[in-house]
Ligand binder design. Structure first.
Ligand code: PRP
Ligand code: ZN
Length: 298
């Protein structure tokens, strides 16, 4: 077999296996990220694994709590998981490659709504139900609180209501789970978001595929943080408007067919564009268009 065909065989064989949550808070955003990266995932009915038809990745659908272990054992090469899960399961042999900005939540202590709360000493001698016994026990230890930890797999929020515990330590995102179970949040232990995590001993080819994936993820996140803006302005206003929308290097300025007018194109922060467009309007800008950016490489 000559060099060229050997390379061909290697490249069709070698895939990066990425683990994502099977169902739950991170599932939809993880799949969206794959799609923004340009991967056409083959639709299957089993939903255990699939692959992209246009990129060397294979996707495994797993329980989020199991993802760090599978990556450590080499069953998956990388995965998308909450920092909360990594903090609970440990990250030896793993490395966080990229924060993904979705799945933001916090791990908090909550108690029945009607209970008075005067501070952490409330938890002295209490029973606390949680799916995060490791994080909770080190938090309590560092605050010199002795409490009884009940490690349970799920539906932690119902534990006080059925008399299993006095308090819970669980993830809070919108807060509606606590609200509908008559609980109130009293302490935040940890803040979390989804991250891309990988086995730190990937071979060269897999590392290369992962780097290509990360390049796309970054371009995509950068694109989402910004918007493309176009407007028309009288030439006398160009200097003032350039100060408002300096862009990456400088705005593009193109003459309009109407004498004395120009079109300015630039990039603005997605969080600021409403305020920026109001300022532009005051400076005499007209026909302002704000357009989403799919990918941005700076
Ligand atoms: C968490 C947590 C609560 C819910 C809180 O579960 O256990 O049930 O989210 O969200 P809310 O504040 O918006 O109501 P998650 O979906 O992460 O499932 P998991 O713990 O099984 O991974
Ligand atoms: Zn989970």
């Amino acid at each position: 077999m000559n060099q060229e065909s050997l390379f061909y065989f290697k490249s069709i064989d070698m895939k990066l296996t990425i683990a994502i949550q099977k169902s739950g808070r991170l599932n939809k955003s993880s799949l969206e990220l794959m799609s923004f990266c340009g991967f056409n995932l083959i639709e299957g009915n089993g939903r255990l694994k699939t692959r992209a038809e246009n990129f060397p990745v294979e996707v495994l659908f797993l329980r989020d709590d199991d993802i760090p272990g599978y990556i450590r054992d080499g069953v998956a090469d990388c995965g998308i998981v909450g920092e909360n899960v990594l903090a609970e399961k440990g990250i030896e042999n793993l490395q966080v490659e990229e924060k993904l900005g979705f799945g933001t939540c916090r791990l908090s202590l909550a108690i029945p709504r009607e209970t008075n709360y005067a501070g952490l000493t409330y938890f002295q001698g209490k029973r606390i139900a949680t799916s995060y016994p490791e994080i909770l026990s080190s938090f309590l230890k560092s605050n010199n609180i002795k409490a009884e930890i009940h490690g349970i797999g799920g539906s932690v929020e119902i534990a006080p209501g059925i008399g299993l515990s006095d308090a819970i330590c669980d993830l809070v995102s919108t807060g509606s789970t606590l609200l509908s179970n008559g609980l109130k949040e009293v302490e935040t232990i940890l803040k979390s978001q989804a991250v891309l995590v990988a086995n730190q001993n990937l071979n060269g080819e897999k590392r290369d595929i992962l780097d290509r994936l990360i390049f796309r993820v970054r371009a995509n996140r950068q694109g989402k943080k910004n918007k493309y803006i176009l407007l028309n302005a009288p030439n006398g206003k160009i200097a003032a408007i350039t100060k408002i929308i300096p862009g990456i290097k400088a705005p593009t300025i193109l003459p309009l067919a109407t004498e004395g007018w120009s079109s300015l194109h630039s990039v603005v922060n997605a969080d600021d564009f409403w305020d920026i467009t109001m300022k532009l309007k005051k400076e005499g800008a007209e026909g302002i268009l704000v357009i989403p950016i799919e990918n941005m490489i700076v």
